[in-house]
Design a binder for this molecule. Structure first.
Ligand SMILES: Nc1ncnc2c1ncn2[C@@H]1O[C@H](COP(=O)(O)OP(=O)(O)OP(=O)(O)O)[C@@H](O)[C@H]1O
Length: 243
């Protein structure tokens, strides 16, 4: 993609603040994901990235600010309505149902979205992730950590999101797993799905994303196209705290 962001706004986050009790951890973040974009949010542990994602997905309340999706205000919407609007978040830490089979875990993803129990959608996920097809009848507990993470992504994708949010898919797993997930995410992005990624493996994230936001202690310290982010000393400043 040339250095021009697509015009059509998909997700518009404006001046969002998030607090846990009295402790505010997101201090007024504004950001966009445009149609067909792959956006990455980078920043040190504890910078507030997951809290912002959770506010977008309706999992934690916003103190102030607005989130609009396809022009619709999502303020106060329930998580399930946000999923139905087309935003699906794959939570940090491959949260799948250990006592269910791979296939049943995927089918649960269809219940979360608009397509209750639609088995027809399984085929597409198995095409994207043949490792899940091979293990479709295995209990999720028997999968490796990496396979569980892939299952969690499949569970999100089966709901046909317009925007897929990935919160640290690496999660301490083998770098190869992250490559698999980010490669699939890039392909989906090319076919029109927007991606919002939080990832600590900075190089890998920058290789796939078009545009990035650097978050420092609850604020956006910088935003730019990824090649610009790579060139300056911004990344170093955010991660190492230099000036
Ligand atoms: N449920 C919670 N209750 C209280 N404080 C929380 C809660 N969740 C996160 N925090 C705090 O909010 C701050 C921001 O955390 P958050 O997880 O949003 O950051 P992050 O940038 O996603 O970092 P990480 O990569 O470590 O998840 C941290 O100080 C964290 O301890």
């Amino acid at each position: 993609m040339a250095n021009q962001r697509p015009c059509a706004p998909l997700l518009e986050v404006r001046d969002v603040r998030v607090a846990y009790g009295k402790a505010e951890v997101v201090h007024g973040i504004s950001m966009d994901v445009r149609a067909g974009e792959f956006v990455v949010m980078l920043g040190r542990n504890g910078a507030g990235k997951s809290s912002l994602l959770h506010a977008i997905s309706g999992l934690v309340p916003m103190r102030t600010g607005t989130v609009r999706f396809e022009g619709r205000d999502l303020g106060g919407a329930r998580p399930r309505d946000i999923v139905k609007a087309g935003i699906i978040q794959v939570l940090e830490g491959h949260r799948v149902f250990h006592t269910l089979s791979v296939e049943d875990n995927l089918l649960i993803g269809t219940y979360a979205a608009n397509s209750r129990g639609d088995r027809g959608k399984l085929g597409r996920i198995y095409e994207l992730f043949p490792e899940l097809a091979e293990r479709r009848h295995q209990m999720a507990s028997r999968l490796s950590g990496g396979q569980q993470q892939i299952l969690a992504v499949g569970q999100g994708l089966i709901g046909d999101p317009k925007l897929l949010i990935l919160d640290e898919p690496s999660g301490g797993l083998a770098p190869m797993v992250v490559d698999r997930i980010l490669d699939v995410a890039s392909d989906l992005c090319r076919s029109g799905m927007a991606i919002l990624l939080v990832e600590q493996l900075v190089e890998k994230a920058l290789r796939h994303a078009h545009y990035g936001y650097l978050v420092e202690t609850g604020r956006v310290a910088a935003e730019a196209f990824v090649d610009e982010l790579r060139e300056g000393d911004l990344l170093q400043r955010v991660y190492l705290g230099g000036h």
